[in-house]
Design a protein around this ligand. Structure first.
Ligand code: SF4
Length: 90
């Protein structure tokens, strides 16, 4: 697969370093119009932290996304089928 079209939050390995996560999170802050407030971000991460679907402390089992990346975006919701634990922000 070419690199074009690969979601930045879905890296090749589901186990990633703290450095990679920090780079991903930093990139989200290049366009503040698409990311949620710090309050919403922290609330989302608290939910993820207590969710049994969180793998390796970093990755959602339902989407394969690094939650610290995914949770930054207004247009992303929790992918838990039938019972999302946090919603998109309009
Ligand atoms: S995104 Fe949803 S399902 Fe995935 S770890 Fe967070 S709360 Fe759990």
């Amino acid at each position: 697969m070419s690199e074009k079209g690969i979601c930045k939050g879905c890296v090749e390995s589901v186990i990633v370093t703290e450095e990679v996560i920090q780079e991903l999170v930093k990139e989200t802050e290049e366009d503040l119009s698409v990311i949620v407030s710090d309050v919403v971000y922290k609330a989302r991460l608290t939910i993820c932290k207590n969710c049994p679907s969180l793998q390796y402390g970093t990755t959602c089992a339902h989407s394969g996304c690094i939650v610290r990346f995914r949770a930054k975006f207004k247009n992303k919701g929790c992918p838990f089928a039938g019972n999302p634990k946090w919603d998109k922000v309009s």
